[in-house]
Write a protein that binds this ligand. Structure first.
Ligand code: XIL
Length: 299
C-alpha cells in the first residue's frame, strides 16, 4: 500500500493523526490528512475548555467540524480528552470537592452523550499520574476530589456511550521500568479485577530523541495488553523525526496483537506543538520525510 492508513489497514491497524479545526481550510493540510490517515484525534477541540466554556453551556462547533471532515471520508475519530488537569475552563478554578467532582462527571456525561456512536475510543482520563519516580498520582484539582475520581469518570463515560472504547491516556509510560508505567499498569490491573469499565491504554509516546524510545517498549505494550485491554499509541512524535525510532515504534506495535493503532500528533512539522523539533512525518512544505518512508516500510 502507498499510504500510512492503507498499510496499517493491511495489518488490521489504523494510522491516525491529530487535526486542528483551524487548519482544515489549508488545502495542503487537508489533502495530506485525508489521503494518509484513517483515524483522527481533535488536537484541542474536544477538551473541557473548548466544549464547556461556561458551566453547562456546551459548544461543539469546532469538534463537529473535525468529526464531519472525518466521517465524510470514512475516517474514525478518537475522542480526546474528557477529564484532565490541563486546559480546563476558567469556571472550574474556584471549585473543589463534590462541586468539582459533579461538574467533571456532568462534563463527561454530556460530551460522551453528544458524540455517542461516533467515537471509536475516548481518552476518558488524561495524565493523572505524576513524574516523581514513585508512581504517585498527579496532584490536581480533580485528584483532590478523591482517589476514585478516575473510575467515576470511566463509569460515567460507559453509561453515556456504551460502544466507545474507553482509554486511560498518559505520557512517560513507555519505559517498562519506570515507576509511572508500573503505577498505570497497577491501576489498570485493579480496574480490570474490580470490573471498572476500561478497554484501552493510550501511550502518548512523545519521544524526545531517538534515545528516548525505550528498548523495552514492546514489553510495555505486551504487558498492558496481557491485562485484557487494547493498547493505542496516541500522540507519537519524535525529536527530529528519528527514522529508526519511528520504525521501531511501529514494529513494536505490530508485534503485539492488541496494539491496534498508532496516531502521530500532527500532520506537518509546522503544525506540531513541538514544531521547533521537527518531530513529524511531513515537513513544513508537506513533503514526506525519511521517517515517513521508514514508517511505511516498517508497516
Ligand atoms: C497539546 C496541543 O498539541 C497544543 O496545541 C495545546 O496548546 C496543548 O496541548 N498531551 C496531550 C495533548 O494529551 O492534548 C497535548 O496537546 C500534548 C500533550
Amino acid at each position: 500500500a502507498s499510504t500510512l492508513g492503507a498499510s496499517a489497514a493491511e495489518h488490521g491497524r489504523y494510522f491516525g493523526t491529530a487535526i486542528a479545526a483551524g487548519r482544515l481550510s489549508n488545502s495542503q493540510y487537508s489533502t495530506i490528512a485525508g489521503r494518509e490517515f484513517n483515524m483522527i484525534t481533535p488536537e484541542n477541540e474536544m477538551k473541557w475548555d473548548t466544549t464547556e466554556p461556561s458551566q453547562n453551556n456546551f459548544q461543539y462547533g469546532n469538534a463537529e467540524q473535525i468529526v464531519s471532515f472525518a466521517s465524510s471520508r470514512g475516517i474514525r475519530v478518537r475522542g480526546h480528552a474528557l477529564a484532565w488537569h490541563a486546559q480546563q475552563p476558567g469556571w472550574t478554578n474556584g471549585m473543589s470537592g463534590s462541586t468539582l467532582r459533579n461538574a467533571m462527571l456532568n462534563h463527561v456525561t454530556q460530551v460522551a452523550t453528544h458524540f455517542r456512536g461516533r467515537i471509536y475510543s475516548w481518552d476518558v482520563v488524561n495524565e493523572a499520574f505524576a513524574d516523581d519516580g514513585r508512581g504517585s498520582r498527579r496532584d490536581s484539582n480533580l485528584q483532590r476530589t478523591g482517589n476514585d475520581w478516575i473510575e467515576a469518570a470511566f463509569r460515567a463515560a460507559r453509561s453515556a456511550d456504551p460502544n466507545a472504547k474507553l482509554c486511560y491516556n498518559d505520557y512517560n509510560t513507555d519505559n517498562w521500568n519506570d515507576a509511572k508505567t508500573q503505577a498505570v499498569y497497577n491501576m489498570v490491573r485493579d480496574f480490570k479485577s474490580r470490573g471498572v469499565p476500561i478497554d484501552c491504554v493510550g501511550l502518548q509516546s512523545h519521544f524526545t530523541g531517538g534515545s528516548s524510545y525505550p528498548s523495552n517498549y514492546r514489553t510495555t505494550l505486551s504487558s498492558f495488553a496481557a491485562l485484557g485491554v487494547d493498547v493505542q499509541i496516541t500522540e507519537l512524535d519524535i525529536t527530529n523525526a528519528n527514522a529508526t525510532a519511528y520504525a521501531n515504534t511501529v514494529r513494536d506495535c505490530y508485534a503485539v496483537a492488541r496494539c491496534n493503532g498508532i496516531t502521530v500528533w500532527g500532520v506537518r512539522d509546522s503544525d506540531s506543538w513541538r514544531s521547533n523539533e521537527s518531530p513529524l512525518l511531513f515537513d513544513g512544505n508537506g513533503n514526506k520525510k525519511s521517517a515517513y518512508n521508514s514508517v511505511l516500510s516498517a508497516l
